[in-house]
Write a protein that binds this ligand. Structure first.
Ligand SMILES: O=C1NC[C@H](CO)[C@@H](O)[C@@H]1O
Length: 431
């Protein structure tokens, strides 16, 4: 009966949503609700949204209008960047040194949130980054442990990078500064519309970090235990400052949990983690060869389908919703050129969204998706497709070629596809 009620968008209220201020996204057992109605995420990754808020409001307005026209109701954005020597990080950074935050860039988030409010859109805001493209945890360790911030784009040694970066979780001084940043955001007052962030329903979820991992693929039991404790403690800290907004981890799922299902489940059992997240990257994970699609497609799709379904089953097991908050595929022939076709990408998006939206329609604990990533009007500036300070920002952060995964405003077939699936999810919400 509950599932059929839900299908009609009728969500019986219960303690979980009682006392939620108007407009806030709540978790009702295995689904999101908003003002008593079922709520689904048809979202975009838009990591640079606050940067546009600070530096290019005209483009921000245009991008949000285009996304809205595609049925997008949620954006996943980076909160802060840390100044670093690592070459493949975004510049300028919000944080120039511990405790030194650029108010002009912080105000970019104010502009973004105010514009989202006008369009009835919500935001997932991640407060740190396991990867180097915004400085992130590695830069915190450079500040507080004095260890070198080694850009894996330069060293090509991701295993060492991941093992060293995970030391962030056990560095007390780094954690203290990270909590300063959390407090700076959670207790901020929007300078554009005067709203206190903690009372702003546009914020759907505070997210601990982008893709936090326990270490590398050989993470030890001790590293895993430190990771699980960091998630629980940090989620609890955010909840102590802000009892109404949702909290999420930013996890990729098994790929970001050393392929350890128990670790992924344990990390998301934490009382103050409200929903599960996972990401799907067949090219990054070596499942598909973009230059040999015919030979590798079937295996990549089988692995992707399994990955999609097994994580929805973990959500069922935990009794919490799950969001596929990143997935992507490059352009045909692994081209970065905006003129290259996107037939493989479109085929992949369709396969992924058929699973995700299909299971949402069956009443499974699927709360929605965010594709990676909206490039919109951004354009690559250099013949080698690498980003340089002052160039357009787009869906691909500086550590990747500008055009790798970005969906541009000229990619009409992909935009139409996203719209179709967004409409199917919104149909599940009772108007
Ligand atoms: O969070 C992320 N996940 C995958 C993206 C594409 O490789 C990457 O740019 C980003 O660091």
């Amino acid at each position: 009966l509950a599932a059929s009620l839900l299908m009609m968008g009728v969500v019986p209220a219960d303690a979980a949503t009682a006392g939620k201020p108007a407009g806030f996204v709540a978790v009702q057992k295995t689904h999101f609700t908003r003002d008593g109605k079922a709520y689904y995420i048809a979202g975009a990754n838009f990591w640079y949204g606050a940067y546009l808020g600070a530096n290019d409001k005209a483009r921000l307005v245009k991008e949000l209008d285009t996304l809205k026209s595609m049925g997008i109701n949620n954006v996943r954005v980076l909160a802060v960047s840390e100044k670093t020597d690592m070459p493949s990080a975004v510049r300028p950074a919000t944080t120039s040194a511990p405790g030194k935050y650029d108010e002009r860039l912080l105000a970019g988030m104010d502009v973004l949130l105010a514009e989202l409010a006008k369009r009835d859109m919500t935001a997932v805001i991640y407060l740190n980054n396991f990867w180097q493209w915004s400085g992130g945890m590695t830069q915190y360790l450079n500040w507080f442990a004095g260890t070198p911030a080694l850009d894996p784009n330069v060293t090509k040694d991701y295993d060492t990078y991941m093992r060293e970066t995970a030391k962030f979780y056990r560095n007390d001084k780094a954690q203290a500064e990270y909590r300063n940043v959390i407090r700076t955001f959670v207790q901020r007052k929007n300078t554009v519309n005067g709203r206190a962030y903690a009372s702003d329903p546009v914020i759907m979820s505070w997210q601990l970090a982008n893709e936090p991992r326990p270490g590398n693929g050989n993470a030890t039991a001790d590293e895993k235990a430190v990771y699980v404790k960091w998630i629980a403690d940090t989620a609890g800290y955010i909840r102590s400052l802000d009892k109404h907004h949702l909290v999420s981890t930013g996890s990729e799922g098994l790929a970001g949990s050393a392929q350890d299902a128990d670790l992924f489940v344990k990390a998301h059992q934490a009382r103050d983690v409200d929903y599960l997240t996972y990401h799907l990257w067949p090219k990054n994970w070596g499942w598909i060869d973009s230059k040999r699609v015919d030979a590798t497609w079937n295996d990549a799709l089988a692995k992707s389908s399994h990955y999609l379904n097994v994580h929805i089953d973990y959500a069922k097991q935990l009794g919490k919703p799950i969001v596929l908050e990143e997935f992507g595929m490059d352009r045909d022939g692994a081209s970065f050129d905006i003129k290259a076709p996107t037939t493989v990408r479109d085929r992949f998006y369709k396969e992924v969204l058929d699973v995700v939206v299909g299971r949402a329609e069956k009443g499974d604990p699927v709360a929605g998706f965010n594709f990676w990533a909206w490039g919109g009007a951004g354009r690559a500036a250099n013949p080698d497709y690498w980003w340089k300070e002052g160039n357009d920002l787009m869906g691909d952060p500086p550590q990747e070629e500008q055009g790798l995964y970005s969906v541009f405003d000229t990619d009409k077939s992909t935009m139409a596809l996203i719209r179709q699936y967004a409409d199917r999810l919104h149909a599940l919400e009772r108007k």
